[in-house]
Design a protein around this ligand. Structure first.
Ligand code: GYE
Length: 350
């Protein structure tokens, strides 16, 4: 762990505190139980790794860039609780693949039972996954996918079908213009994309692109990286507004970027969603976005389901029991528009 002097001090203090609490409450041994947990950054292990009854899981989360991501982290933490029989070691990579490699190597050296990774980008995983494989530790990919030559490098993938999400957005748009009698109009589309090279960005771009390709009148005038964050979404939208006068459709590859884009649009006095206004498309299906669908500011929001923790726990339990598991599991996802959104707003947990 690379930390400065003050970080080191905080880590020692927190580790000491955990040890005191641990010894006082349970009489358990020294703080090696927590040694893999990066307490200097708030990433802590939960439970007691030396407890053989618990299944230990190292979880490399890619970051905390969005509302969706926080919900996903919460879902995993809730499902892999000590009450459910797990010892969870959590690491937040803050969007850095290098930091994910470090976390995985740390999990390997701690000899955890399973490694779970939400991979920030698709490429570059072969070496570190080979190390996990050599150590005999099963790897489960969560949320985003990776591109490896040999898919025996991981045991299972639980995530979302990003291509299908992009294609759903495109099909909705086709129908929307057909209903308006605008199927042959020239349509200018700008896209604010998520993290370049992530399966979420590539899948959604390809899925939407496939529908765009069969509509010769759709002009993909710009696709810009907004990094899945609200701040970048706003900055990118402001730039697009200054560069292009005639924008018919704005596609934001997640809700947080859409929130930022809406701020920039408001500041420029541009309304979205209504007749004669740009169409706004988003992904994730957060509660706040569904409210904007209801208000008519976002036309369509394609759901991306972050609540994969329970399925993850079930798959680990299956593996523990020696049962065969599938290579890929896809979360169920809907498409939200003004017509159906009322049914879903209240129960949204993210
Ligand atoms: O859409 C976005 C998040 O990988 C599906 O990542 C996920 C995406 C999600 O930051 O909000």
């Amino acid at each position: 762990m690379l930390i400065n002097n003050s970080g080191e001090k905080i880590r020692i203090k927190i580790t000491a505190l955990l040890t005191v609490i641990c010894v006082a409450l349970t009489g358990c041994g020294p703080f090696t139980d927590y040694s893999v947990a990066d307490v200097s950054t708030g990433d802590i292990g939960i439970g007691n790794m030396s407890d053989d009854a618990l299944v230990s899981v190292g979880f490399s989360q890619l970051g905390s860039e969005s509302t969706w991501r926080s919900a996903n982290t919460e879902s995993v933490k809730a499902a892999l609780s000590t009450d459910n029989g797990f010892f969870l070691i959590f690491d937040n990579a803050r969007q850095m693949q290098e930091k994910q490699f470090k976390a995985v190597r740390s999990f390997i050296s701690q000899r955890v039972d399973y490694i779970v990774i939400c991979p920030v980008i698709q490429e570059g995983w072969d070496v570190v996954l080979a190390e996990a494989k050599d150590a005999g530790i099963p790897v489960i990919l969560l949320d985003r996918n990776i591109s490896v030559n040999d898919d025996s490098m991981y045991t299972s993938f639980i995530g979302e079908d990003m291509y299908a999400e992009g294609a759903s957005a495109g099909k909705w748009l086709e129908e929307h213009f057909a209903n308006q009698g605008r199927s042959n109009d020239e349509i200018n589309i700008v896209v604010i994309e998520g993290t370049s090279g992530s399966s979420a960005q590539e899948g959604r771009a390809q899925g939407f692109g496939a529908i765009a390709a069969r509509n010769m009148n759709w002009n993909m005038v710009a696709s810009v990286n907004g990094e899945f964050t609200q701040a970048k979404g706003k900055e990118t939208m402001a730039r697009l507004l200054s560069e292009f006068e005639d924008i018919d459709v704005i596609v934001c590859q997640n809700d947080d970027m859409a929130f930022g884009a809406i701020e920039a649009l408001n500041e420029a006095g541009v309304k979205t969603g209504g007749i004669g206004e740009p169409v706004l498309i988003s992904f994730d299906g957060t509660k706040k976005a569904l409210e904007l669908v209801k208000e008519g500011v976002i036309n369509v929001d394609v759901e991306c389901n972050p609540n994969s923790g329970e399925l993850l726990a079930q798959i680990i339990n299956d593996l523990e029991a020696g049962n065969a598991v599938d290579k890929a599991y896809y979360m169920e996802e809907k498409v939200f528009t003004k017509e159906n959104v009322d049914e879903y707003i209240e129960d949204r947990n993210y």
